[in-house]
Write a protein that binds this ligand. Structure first.
Ligand code: DGL
Length: 276
């Protein structure tokens, strides 16, 4: 069984990519939405939440845990790995893939305040070759939009434009989604980019498919997946490159247990979007 958690519904953007390549597995997803957003909270606070949730997931029989939250990964993954005897998979802004795809040399990163302040992100920025520049911005209000299920109103468009425009003004031609909530706003992010400058091709990078591949490799390494399941998952992942976001089947929904520290409404709303 695979455990997945996030501060809210954002981690479902990671779950859907995992479910695409491991369709037969059973999953438990925890949304900590009574404590959402994590973005402005202290690392100590987030570590406390991540520990409680990890204990819950391992107590329910999860053999591997995906921290489907960049902010929680930055604050807690080292601690979780030291404290619990099971593998953890984390998220980090996909700055390295962005470095390969930028033509202007300017990489835009959208993430929470906690992620942008964390040392793993700052180190990642510093490790880039000369000639590449990272500009970043908090997706202000993005998490709230996703949690409230507002993915397309004029207010949502305006909110997205306000955080995306400064990155484009500084020359970014690739935008890294450094928070797992943001892929649900991808259509609005792409719209903001194309309206800003119709002549500039802007790539948007969501690390979820790469994280799903990392999960299968780690599961295989821990004897949780056999060789043929590993090959099947990696070939499904190859086919998925550039494909539309995956939608889960009714059967997969039955194999997904949902828990939330608040109400389940926002999870159910986002789940509705990722179902066939
Ligand atoms: N989805 C989360 C992330 O990837 C956290 C959003 C939040 O709670 O601020 O960073």
């Amino acid at each position: 069984m695979i455990g997945i958690f996030d501060s809210g519904s954002g981690g479902l953007s990671v779950y859907r990519e995992i479910a695409r390549i491991l369709p037969e597995q059973r999953y438990i997803y925890v949304s900590d939405n009574a404590h959402c957003p994590y973005g402005g909270k202290s690392p100590e606070y987030i570590r406390g939440r991540a520990s409680l949730i990890s204990e819950f997931l391992s107590g329910r029989g999860c053999e591997v845990i995906v921290v489907a939250c960049n902010t929680a990964t930055a604050a807690a993954i080292s601690y979780l790995r030291q404290t619990y005897d099971l593998p953890f998979i984390g998220m980090e802004p996909a700055v390295k893939p962005a470095a390969l795809s930028t033509r202007s040399g300017v990489i835009g990163v959208l993430a929470t305040e906690g992620t942008l302040k964390a040392s793993n992100y700052l180190d990642l920025r510093d490790s880039l070759p000369d000639g590449l520049r990272v500009v970043d911005c908090v997706g202000k209000g993005f998490v709230e939009l996703v949690e409230s299920g507002d993915l397309s109103s004029p207010h949502a468009e305006q909110t997205v434009r306000e955080s995306v425009s400064p990155l484009l003004e500084q020359g970014a031609d690739v935008l890294v989604l450094g928070c797992t909530h943001y892929p649900f706003l991808r259509p609005l992010i792409e719209k903001a980019a194309s309206e800003f400058d119709p002549a500039r091709k802007v790539d948007v990078i969501d690390p979820a498919p790469a994280v799903a591949r990392q999960l299968v490799r780690v599961m295989h390494g821990h004897g949780l997946l056999d060789d043929s399941s590993l090959q099947t998952a990696l070939s499904l992942s190859g086919e998925a490159e550039g494909a539309v976001p995956y939608r889960i089947s009714d059967e997969q929904r039955r194999r997904l247990e949902l828990y939330s520290s608040g109400d389940l409404g926002s999870l159910e709303r986002i789940l509705g979007l990722i179902r066939k």
